[in-house]
Structures are given as structure tokens and as C-alpha cells.
Design a protein around this ligand. Structure first.
Ligand SMILES: Nc1ncnc2c1ncn2[C@@H]1O[C@H](COP(=O)(O)OP(=O)(O)O)[C@@H](O)[C@H]1O
Ligand SMILES: [Mg+2]
Length: 318
């Protein structure tokens, strides 16, 4: 007969939402453990809304009839519109049940939708290239012609894209919107020359904690997943300030902010990642990123006394 593990009821329990376990979840679990917190990985696809499951109507594998004390969102697998809606719905439901979710589902939704990201960045005065998003191919074609006539180029991106997939730099003819799920998202191209680079800045809480340059890759696309290599970069006050403001504009607790140098050298924000990976960044930065994330979650999201107590007992790097 399997022995039941005895868990101290005072030990806070955190769910790490992820569809794959590996390097990131290993680092997070270690940092939580060092602070006396039990963390377990949960696949959002295995969570359920169940109104017969009293009292809260949410079934989170591994948590029985209870709910976690907090949730860290590490990964949300792609799927049908309905599947993703349900997975985000679980995160919304957790928040509605009083469970702190890091990052909150509302903020994740804003960052996943590149058009909403552009809108909010613009609204909050964060420097970002001019952007147009709509369903009319005719309008997008007119924008393209106008920009081309003015000697500028534009980038087309899938609204929900990631890892540099599906981006295009069209000539004068707009590609079929079928490849873009019938949505035209156009952003003015920022020319960083050859071989070109962009910045990734990680913001945790109200602080930018690390920066890197991503150099090379697939032509002008400098994602790590597209073959770019990571180099340490100086976190200048200007880079830090813009990245923090971008994170706040979207209401994210932590974010991976992508930036490029504009013509005068000052940074502009290309996009903000609300479910950001940090393995590449960790390879060029001395700070322990998982430890900083966990410290921030405990300090700001757990009830005050509890979080402070755990931080005091933690032996991880600060
Ligand atoms: N407006 C732009 N001008 C120049 N390069 C861009 C622009 N937008 C994106 N890129 C390049 O493409 C990469 C991927 O674009 P991004 O908007 O970050 O989408 P993804 O979600 O796929 O990472 C960026 O990191 C940058 O290197
Ligand atoms: Mg990006």
C-alpha cells in the first residue's frame, strides 16, 4: 500500500502551471524548496472546473479538495481556441477564488495578444514602433503602400506568435491574410543593421534585473529559438526604465521585454512576454533568476506575514 506523505499544514503550497517539466521548473522548485515552500508542477490541461467539487468548484491535480496558496504560471500549451480559453479560465477562476496568480491571466492575455500590447504601450507612452492591427486586407495594403512610399519597411506578425515564428517583411504586396489567421498586424521595421541584435530585458516586480543582447539568428529575427546567440548587455538606466514601464503598462508581475535601438540609439519596445523563459538570459547573467522570481512572488503575493517569514528563512541568493 502506498504510504501517504505527511505534509505540515503550515507549509505553503504553490502550483507551477506548466505543460513541460525540465530546466525552468527544476530551478523554480529548488528556489521554492529553499524557502520552505512546497511547489508542484501542474498541467493546466489537467485542471477542471467542477461545480460538484465543493466548496470552490475547481479541481487542481495534486491539491485534493484544497487550492494552492499561490500559482506561478510557467507555461500554457497551445491548442484550440476553446482549449486555451478553458486553460486561461482556470487561471481566472483561481484569481476569483482568492489565489494569487503570478502572472495574472488578464495580464497574460494582454501580452499574448500583440495588438493589445501595442495599444497599451502606446497608451502609456512607452516608446514602440508605429503599429496597425485590423481585419481589413485592403486597409493593411494601403498602410503597406504608404509606408513603402515613405521609404520605410513593415513587419507582419501573427497576432499570437512566439519564438520568432511566422514573421514576414513584405515587399509592396501584402501576403494573404490566411497565413495570419485573417488578422493583419503590421509594425514599422526597426533597422538595426547587420548582423543586427535586439535586447531582452527581464523585469521582476518593479525592477529590471538582467539584460542581454540577442545577436544574429534568422536574418533580422533575433530570437534565441531562431538561432541567435546571447551576449551579456549592460542594463542602462534608460533600458531598465523603459522595460519596467512596458511591464507596468500590461499589468504584469514579471516580463521578458524585447527591445531594439531606434535610429537615435534609444530603445523601443517590440513586444512584452508574459510567460517568459529565462534559460538564455541565465547563461549570461550572474543573478539567480529563479530565486528572484520566487522571492518576488512570496514577498508580494502571499499574505504579508507569511511571505516575509519565508523570505527570512530562505537560504537562496537574494
Ligand atoms: N518592428 C520590428 N523591427 C525589426 N525587427 C523586429 C520587429 N519586430 C520584431 N522584430 C524581430 O523579430 C523578433 C521576433 O519578434 P517579436 O515581436 O518579439 O515576436 P515573437 O513573439 O515571435 O518573439 C524580434 O525579437 C526582433 O528580432
Ligand atoms: Mg519576442
Amino acid at each position: 500500500m502506498a504510504r501517504r506523505r505527511v505534509v505540515n499544514p503550515a507549509t505553503p503550497r504553490v502550483a507551477i502551471m506548466t505543460d513541460e517539466t525540465g530546466w525552468h521548473t527544476g530551478r523554480l522548485k529548488k528556489a521554492f524548496r529553499a524557502r520552505g515552500v512546497e511547489a508542484r508542477c501542474v498541467d493546466l490541461a489537467e485542471c477542471r472546473i467542477d461545480t460538484t467539487w465543493t466548496p470552490h468548484g475547481l479541481a487542481i491535480p495534486g491539491f485534493g479538495r484544497t487550492l494552492p496558496d499561490a500559482v506561478f504560471v510557467r507555461g500554457i500549451a497551445g491548442g484550440t481556441f476553446e482549449q486555451v480559453t478553458l486553460r486561461l479560465g482556470i487561471l481566472h477562476a483561481l484569481r476569483e477564488s482568492g489565489v494569487p496568480v503570478y502572472n495574472d491571466a488578464r495580464a497574460i492575455e494582454r501580452s499574448v495578444d500583440k495588438s493589445m500590447t501595442s495599444f497599451l504601450l502606446h497608451r502609456y507612452g512607452v516608446p514602440t514602433p508605429a503599429t496597425w492591427a485590423g481585419e481589413s486586407a485592403a486597409h493593411a495594403q494601403r498602410v503597406l503602400m504608404r509606408e513603402t512610399a515613405a521609404g520605410r519597411q513593415v513587419v507582419m506578425k501573427p497576432l499570437f506568435g512566439s519564438q520568432g515564428k511566422g514573421l514576414k517583411k513584405p515587399g509592396v504586396r501584402l501576403p494573404s491574410l490566411r497565413r495570419f489567421s485573417q488578422v493583419a498586424y503590421l509594425q514599422r521595421f526597426v533597422d538595426a543593421g547587420e548582423p543586427g541584435f535586439d535586447w531582452r530585458v527581464l523585469v521582476i516586480g518593479k525592477q529590471a534585473v538582467a539584460a542581454m543582447k540577442r545577436v544574429g539568428g534568422a536574418g533580422w529575427i533575433h530570437n534565441f529559438a531562431r538561432g541567435a546567440h546571447c551576449e551579456p548587455a549592460e542594463l542602462t538606466p534608460q533600458l531598465a526604465q523603459i522595460a519596467v514601464r512596458a511591464t507596468q503598462a500590461l499589468g504584469l508581475d514579471y516580463a521578458g521585454v524585447d527591445l531594439m535601438p531606434s535610429r537615435d540609439g534609444s530603445p523601443v519596445v517590440l513586444e512584452v512576454n508574459g510567460v517568459a523563459a529565462w534559460r538564455g538570459l541565465q547563461s549570461v547573467t550572474p543573478v539567480d533568476i529563479a530565486a528572484l522570481l520566487v522571492d518576488d512572488l512570496l514577498a508580494r503575493k502571499l499574505p504579508e506575514s507569511r511571505g516575509a517569514l519565508l523570505l527570512a528563512s530562505g537560504d537562496g541568493p537574494r
